[in-house]
Design a protein around this ligand. Structure first.
Ligand code: ACO
Length: 331
């Protein structure tokens, strides 16, 4: 058995669809303005996947590019975990579709549903298989086609979301590097404030559910905002504290990208300098499970992370789900 802490992210990649939906485009669709969207959320544009493609396409693209980056054969992957709340269909799992698409013949896999915290939860779940020695190469993907569940006549939600995917590879690591600690929470009493009520076993698809728009995102934005700010900041602060760290020890904070104001409030509370915070909500909006691996991938590409750096990840979302992970970067 390997010791805890001996699993690291050894590669990260992303896939963003090319098509852009700008605030100016949305001004033509609903009663909104670029000014409102930018001041209230920080978003300028988002990416939209072709309507004939599903989440598995973006997940597979992100994984393909990870394999290429690592010079690795898909047959070397042991496990594929896809965090998503927009699977191509109820079943088979998106992980099965990705496995087939990339030709990962020796892998097993599954999907994990935890809304905006999906990728963080999947990262820790995947790491357990490496820590125990059961597997050597685990692919963890966060992917969501939010455009499939957004009502583009509802100005309160349609401006917030975009499509995208990111993928990381987990492998055994030297002692000291890797996932060092995490704190996760769920609180189901908040589920009613942010959900997609239709299409599951409680409200199976019917003319009635479609007429009532139950297959779209339902969000009480103000309520979720009130919950998100203290939760994201609080869980990150507690994680730092119990590891004897302060904001100054963090080389990069990669928070979920739901609203720039939520991020700014957390950054203030953690006393982080803004140059140590990954922000890409302006270009991609909220891609749900995709935001954190997409952000990590951009940070690595931009040289903002180096081996030995302390990296803090944090997210809050539907469920409610919220949590934070502390990493020592390995490569
Ligand atoms: N354009 C113009 N006006 C708008 C828009 C829009 N797109 N959307 C709402 N408004 C209006 C409202 O109708 C309201 O008008 P009123 O005062 O006349 O009633 C006014 O703007 C203010 O609305 P609020 O809801 O108070 O605006 P707020 O500042 O809270 O911003 C937002 C709304 C952006 C949704 C914010 O509440 C938020 O970010 N919430 C949290 C989202 C989040 O973190 N979700 C979790 C992750 S998602 C997941 O897990 C899948």
């Amino acid at each position: 058995m390997q010791k805890k802490g001996s699993v690291s992210i050894t590669g990260v990649s992303r896939y963003l669809p090319e098509q852009r939906l700008t605030n100016a485009d949305l001004e033509k669709m609903v009663d909104t303005s670029d000014e409102w969207i930018q001041t209230r959320t920080g978003i300028r544009e988002r990416r939209i996947l072709d309507k004939d493609l599903g989440t598995s396409y973006m997940a597979a693209q992100a994984l393909e590019s990870l394999l290429e980056q690592k010079g690795m054969n898909a047959k070397d992957i042991d496990l594929i975990i896809v965090a998503t709340i927009t699977p191509d269909m109820m079943y088979p799992a998106t992980a099965c579709l990705v496995q087939d698409s990339v030709g990962a013949q020796n892998a097993w896999g599954f999907d994990l549903s935890a809304a905006c915290c999906g990728f963080l939860y999947a990262l820790v779940v995947g790491s357990q298989f490496v820590e125990t020695g059961a597997h050597k190469r685990v692919a963890v993907i966060g992917a969501d086609k939010m455009s499939a569940v957004v009502d583009y006549t509802d100005r309160e939600t349609c401006v917030l979301f975009g499509d995208g995917a990111g993928a990381v590879l987990l492998e055994p690591a030297e002692d000291g590097a890797g996932i060092r600690d995490f704190i996760f929470h769920i609180d189901g009493s908040g589920g009613k404030h942010l959900c997609q009520p239709g299409g599951g076993s409680l409200h199976p698809a019917s003319h009635e559910t479609v007429d009532k728009k139950m297959h779209y995102i339902y969000q009480e934005g103000r309520e979720v905002f009130r919950f998100a700010v203290p939760s994201l900041a609080g869980v990150s602060a507690r994680l730092l504290e119990r590891n004897g760290l302060t904001g100054e020890d963090i080389a990069l904070f990669v928070p979920h990208q739901a609203n720039k104001r939520i991020i700014d409030a957390s950054v203030n509370r953690l006393k982080l300098s803004t140059d140590r915070v990954l922000i890409n909500i302006d270009r991609y909006a909220n891609t749900t499970s995709g935001t954190i691996p997409i952000g990590l991938s951009e940070a690595v590409e931009q040289g903002r992370i180096k081996p030995g750096d302390n990296i803090l990840l944090a997210s809050v979302g539907g469920g409610y789900t919220w949590g934070s992970i502390l990493l020592k970067w390995a490569y």
